[in-house]
Design a protein around this ligand. Structure first.
Ligand SMILES: [Zn+2]
Length: 202
C-alpha cells in the first residue's frame, strides 16, 4: 500500500466515524468518498451500510463512473455524482453527502440557505445553493445544473440537492464532514428564524 492510499483510507474511516457520531445521518443513507490521488479512483461507502459500519474490512474502491475495482460490496448509485465531481474539480479530495433533515426541509422552500450565523459566514463563502434535480443519483443530463451551481461560485464547498440532502466537499473528507455539520446547524437556525419572523408578522 502506498502512502497516498493509506492517507486516503484513514481520511475515509475517520470521516465516516465522525459523521456517524454527529448524528446528522440515520440508517444506511448518505454516502462519503475520498479520492485516491493520481489513480482516477475513489474509496466510497458501500450500499446498504451505515456510516458507523464502514471499516477497513469493507472498503469499496471504484473508478469515477462508479464501477467496482476492489471490494466485495456494491457501491451506491449516488457514487457516480462523486466521481463526476472528482473528474471535473481536481482540488476536491473528499465528499460527504448526508440526508440531514433541516437542510432538506430548507431546500423544499428556499432556493438557498442564507449564512445567518457568524460561524457559517466565517467558514462558507456563499449562501448554500439548492440544486433542483429529479433523480436521486443525479443523471448525466442533470449534471450541468450541479456544475453551474459550483462554477458560478468559485470556492463553493457545498450545495443541497432539493428534497434529498447536502453534498459537501473539500480537500479531505474530514473537512467535508465538518462542512456538512455546519450546514445542518445553519439550516436549523435559518428555518427556526424564518418561523419566528412569520409568526411575528401575523
Ligand atoms: Zn442521498
Amino acid at each position: 500500500m502506498n502512502a497516498d492510499f493509506v492517507k486516503a483510507k484513514n481520511d475515509f474511516l475517520k470521516a465516516a466515524k465522525r459523521t456517524y457520531e454527529s448524528g446528522i445521518q440515520t440508517g444506511t443513507g448518505g454516502n462519503l468518498s475520498v479520492r485516491i490521488p493520481g489513480e482516477d479512483l475513489m474509496i466510497v461507502k458501500p450500499s446498504g451500510l451505515s456510516y458507523g459500519q464502514c471499516s477497513e474490512d469493507n472498503l469499496c474502491i471504484t473508478d469515477f463512473d462508479g464501477n467496482l475495482v476492489i471490494g466485495d460490496l456494491k457501491p451506491t448509485r449516488e457514487s457516480t455524482l462523486h466521481g463526476n465531481l472528482y473528474r471535473r474539480y481536481p482540488e476536491i479530495g473528499g465528499i460527504v453527502h448526508v440526508h440531514s433533515p433541516y437542510a432538506i426541509l430548507n431546500s423544499l422552500s428556499y432556493e438557498e440557505v442564507a449564512l445567518i450565523t457568524k460561524h457559517s459566514e466565517l467558514k462558507l463563502k456563499y449562501p448554500i445553493p439548492v440544486v433542483d434535480v429529479v433523480t436521486q443519483g443525479v443523471t448525466p443530463e442533470e449534471l450541468p445544473k450541479v456544475f453551474e451551481a459550483i462554477d458560478s461560485r468559485p470556492g463553493l464547498s457545498a450545495f443541497i440537492l432539493k428534497g434529498h440532502g447536502t453534498v459537501a466537499f473539500d480537500k479531505t473528507a474530514v473537512k467535508a464532514g465538518q462542512i456538512a455539520e455546519l450546514i445542518e446547524e445553519t439550516a436549523v437556525i435559518h428555518w427556526q428564524n424564518g418561523i419566528y419572523h412569520m409568526l411575528k408578522n401575523q
